[in-house]
Design a protein around this ligand. Sequence first.
Ligand code: SAM
Length: 224
Amino acid sequence: MTTLRQSYSSFPPAGCEVDALNCDNLAKFEIVKLLNLFPVKHVIETGTFKGYTTEFFAGLFEEKEAVSIHTIESNKEYYDKAVDKFKNTNVSCHFGNSPELIKEILSSIKSEDNIFFYLDAHNWGERTPICNELSEIGNHAKNLAIIVIDDCLVPNFPDLGHDPFIEFKEFQWCFEHVYPDGYFHYYNRRSGHPLGRGTGKMFVIPLKYYNKLPKDSIVSYSEL
Ligand SMILES: C[S@@+](CC[C@H](N)C(=O)[O-])C[C@H]1O[C@@H](n2cnc3c(N)ncnc32)[C@H](O)[C@@H]1O
């Protein structure tokens, strides 16, 4: 059993331009809530970039050695900087294409535990690897994944920033492979960015966990 730290100090100051989860405190709270409800031993992020969100995940857990944090990046320059940034931590940096590396990581984990995925590997406006990522997750970790997809179109809330290629209807069919027993997904409706510049985020849990979700959330439980 892993526990989250009661307090963590990575919340960004007002005017924040770059930080974990696009400076979005509401998204951070939502992720902390999910990790409290559904403890994990592994966190896998795709798309390291400068490691802002990786750092947030690495700082969340009370017993660092109990949780492995993996982050995957295909840009060598970002990867090299991340290796340097996360040396001597519980973060493992991986260089390459996210679906292949998800496969490699999951085949070494062989876990029956929940695994948290933060899927954020994309180059804005280009096709994303999300479906291939979901395919590998489904091959190795059925009904175990807690997934957050960043930069996603939120239905009825188009003002939340999103990559034009990241839309649930584009990869809905891929989820059936990950969750043969069903899943529940929901979105943020507003941004917790101090300047209001947030992005859409989709949260996905196995259906068996639905009843554990508190209903007083920031999110819209609109799709079941
Ligand atoms: C939006 S940024 C990630 C931001 C980071 N997760 C954060 O919260 O700070 C997207 C990153 O994904 C990387 N990327 C794009 N396609 C990828 C792929 N197929 N596999 C791994 N990384 C990829 C890009 O190089 C870029 O650094």
